[in-house]
Structure formats: structure tokens, C-alpha cells
Ligand binder design. Structure first.
Ligand code: NAD
Ligand code: WQD
Length: 338
């Protein structure tokens, strides 16, 4: 298959490109490098021994994107390009709607013009809002996301579903990721947050490596077994493999297809801290702070639809996630600029 990957130098995109190339697919990346490094291109080549095209283009640049899409007969697009910080989206909602929503509309216009009608979209568990019940299945109605970032995801899901209703030839594949963590086992690609991380796993890793003093646990009075927030953490390489499985099953299969990609089980903040301490072989100082606004108590998915229909299951354990994150962090203490 020939696959266009937007946002392919980012965290999840880079791991997915590795899995695509390893599976023998041809890849072209489009990324404006707003939140990634060009070094990623060399790292992917080093892991896979394969070459691929990279274009430094913004997906809102319709003419530039059209030039890329016109040059080859793409079977599908994996659309990762987007801004993803919840906190930043609260401060800069227009930027988030413009980048994520306008970017997707521009991309779809180009694809439609060039006859590419399979799109895999990086959606998020955030579209479920505060879970009415657990586990979350694809039949759980999307709720009210608690921030502008989450609302861009829900709006884009609606736009793509309407596009498919208007032209039934489209294969729209909405993948709702739970909490992607970890890194490639080579330690060559991983998550490289700019500034202080907002998310738990990169924060933990930076405390463990000594860049940050201690982890603040955002609340220990939730109605969960140990009072801390529970999430469905999924190894980024399992998530990447989920994209390859979805593509191989659904390219050219008309419809709007929705899948949760998670492990199907929840881990608390305290449990993840303990697992990371074991992986890193050191104690991680913690302090309990207040709840973080907008956080839900617990969130995990029913992953059985992807297993039954895509033949995909997440196989990597929490220990694997922590071990691979720790390898990435120690080999690249300052990320790609190390
Ligand atoms: P990331 O920031 O590492 O990767 C996104 C990539 O898109 C970056 O390389 C960035 O430079 C690029 N990009 C952003 N705007 C662009 C534009 N207008 N044109 C071209 N390139 C652009 O993020 P990630 O964690 O790899 O996330 C990938 C996708 O998955 C995003 O859409 C994100 O919202 C979604 N997602 C992420 C998570 C998560 O926890 N990481 C969870 C659910 C969904
Ligand atoms: C996990 C748990 C925190 C940091 C976010 C986005 C979501 C999706 C994935 C893109 C929670 C606790 C965290 C810290 C803590 N992204 N925590 N101390 O909030 O589940 O999901 O990333 O779509 O949209 O909201 O992930 O890693 O930030 O938090 O105690 O310093 O860790 O309260 O219980 P979250 P997270």
C-alpha cells in the first residue's frame, strides 16, 4: 500500500511509520514540524533500513498538499497532524480549531479532488467526556469533551462522518486512542514534549532522570481503589500496529468505522508510579495536590471490537511501557536535541 502520513514525525506518527515500513508499505510524510524534529526522519530510517519521502508542509497549505497528493496514487491517508495540548487549547482555542479542523477540511478537499477516499483519523477517548459507565464501548454515545482540544476531535469526527454520508465511497476510520505511552524498544524514537510535560508518563520519566523534582499527584480522593485517577495506558507500538491492522482491513471498504484502541484495563496514578520505579530502579518522589480541572476519575475501554474485526489486540504490559519509556528517556535525556 502507498500511504500518506500527516503528522508523521510526531510521537504516534513516527512509531506508526516504523510499523508501516516494517510491514512493507510505502510511506510519504507531511509534517510542518510545529511539534516535532526533523531528526525523526533519520531515526525512522535507522530503525527500519527503509527510505521514504518527507515534506515539510502545513496541512492547511492546500496548494502544497495538492502537489504532494498529485504525485502518487495513494491508497490511504493516516491523519495524525494536529495540536494536542489540553491546557494550550484552553488559552488558544482559535489556533486549535484552525489547525485541527481547518487542517482536516483542507486535507479532505485535496483527497476528494485526487480520488483518495480512505482516511484514518487520530481521535481520542476525550470524545466520550465524563464516562456514563465503564468500560467505554464504541456504542457509548460521545459526551461533552471538557476542553477545546477535545471539542476539535468531536467536530472532526462529525465532519468526516458527514463526508462519508455525502459520498458513500469513502472509508472513514475513526480511531479513539486511550492513553498512549512508552517508546520504540530501540530507544531511537519516543515522545519529546516541549517544556514541562503535562501528561503523567513523560512527567514521571523526567522526575526519574532528575530533570524535575517530584511528581504532583492530581488528587487522591477519587472514587477509585486507591483514590488516584485511573486510565487505560497503551504502548505506542501497540497503538501503531493498530493503525496497520485497520488499514489492511478497511482500505477501500466504504463506511464510517469507529474503534477504541486501548488495552481494556485501567491503571491508577499510584500503580503507574510503582511500575515506573521498578523499571527505573529508583524511587520517584511524589506529593499529593488538588484535582486537575477537567479530569475524569476513571477511563478505560472495551477493546473487543478491534480484536474481533481488525484482529488486533494490545500485547505489551505496563512493565513494557515503563521499561521502553525509561530507555528512551535515559538515551535521550533532552529529547531529540540531546
Ligand atoms: P505530536 O504533537 O507528537 O504529533 C503531531 C504532529 O503533527 C507533529 O509532528 C506536528 O508537528 C504535526 N502538525 C501539527 N499541526 C500540523 C499542521 N497544521 N500541518 C502539518 N503538521 C502538523 O502528537 P501525537 O501525540 O503524536 O498525536 C498525534 C495525533 O493523535 C494528534 O492528532 C493527537 O491529537 C492525537 N491523539 C494523541 C493522544 C496522545 O495522548 N498523544 C491521544 C489521543 C489522540
Ligand atoms: C493521566 C492521569 C492525571 C500528570 C490526556 C488528554 C487526552 C488524551 C491523552 C489526547 C490523570 C494524572 C497527570 C501529573 C498526575 N490526549 N496526573 N500528575 O488527562 O488522561 O489524557 O492525554 O487526546 O485528551 O486529556 O492524561 O497523562 O495527563 O493524566 O497525577 O503531573 O495522571 O490527573 O489521572 P489524561 P494525563
Amino acid at each position: 500500500m502507498r500511504v500518506l502520513v500527516t503528522g508523521g514525525t510526531g510521537y504516534i506518527g513516527s512509531h506508526t511509520v516504523v510499523e508501516l515500513l516494517t510491514a512493507g508499505h510505502e510511506v510519504t510524510i507531511v509534517d510542518n514540524l510545529a511539534n516535532s524534529s526533523p531528526i525523526v526522519v533519520d531515526r525512522i530510517s535507522a530503525i527500519t533500513g527503509s527510505s521514504f519521502d518527507f515534506h515539510s508542509i502545513d496541512v492547511r497549505d492546500e496548494a502544497g498538499l495538492d502537489d504532494v497528493v498529485a504525485t502518487a496514487a495513494y491508497d490511504a491517508v493516516l491523519h495524525f497532524a494536529g495540536l494536542k495540548s489540553v491546557a494550550e487549547s484552553v488559552e488558544r482555542p482559535l489556533e486549535y480549531f484552525d489547525n485541527n479542523v481547518t487542517g482536516t477540511i483542507t486535507l479532505c478537499r485535496v483527497l476528494a479532488r485526487r480520488g483518495v477516499r480512505t482516511i484514518v483519523f487520530s481521535s481520542s477517548a476525550t470524545v466520550y467526556g465524563d464516562p456514563p459507565s465503564l468500560p467505554l464501548t464504541e456504542a457509548t454515545p460521545p459526551g461533552a469533551p471538557t476542553n477545546p482540544y477535545g471539542r476539535t476531535k468531536l467536530v472532526i469526527e462529525d465532519i468526516l462522518t458527514d463526508l462519508q454520508r455525502a459520498d458513500r465511497r469513502w472509508s472513514v476510520i475513526l480511531l479513539r486512542y486511550f492513553n498512549p505511552v512508552g517508546a520504540h524498544e530501540s530507544g531511537l524514537v519516543g515522545e519529546d514534549p516541549k517544556g514541562t510535560p503535562n501528561n503523567l508518563m513523560p512527567y514521571l520519566a523526567q522526575v526519574a532522570v532528575g530533570k524535575l523534582d517530584r511528581l504532583t499527584i492530581h488528587g487522591d480522593d477519587y472514587a477509585t481503589p486507591d483514590g488516584t485517577g485511573v486510565r487505560d495506558y497503551i504502548h505506542v507500538v501497540d497503538l501503531a500496529a493498530g493503525h496497520v491492522a485497520a488499514l489492511e482491513k478497511l482500505v477501500g471498504v466504504p463506511g464510517a468505522h469507529v474503534y477504541n484502541l486501548g488495552t481494556g484495563s485501567g491503571t491508577s496514578v499510584r500503580e503507574l508510579v510503582a511500575a515506573f520505579e521498578t523499571a527505573a530502579g529508583r524511587t520517584i518522589p511524589t506529593v499529593v495536590g488538588p484535582r486537575r480541572p477537567g479530569d475524569v476519575a476513571a477511563n478505560w475501554c472495551d477493546a473487543s471490537k478491534a480484536a474481533a474485526e481488525l484482529g488486533w489486540v494490545a500485547t505489551r504490559t505496563t512493565a513494557d511501557m515503563c521499561r521502553d519509556m525509561w530507555r528512551w528517556q535515559t538515551q535521550n535525556p533532552d529529547g531529540y536535541e540531546t
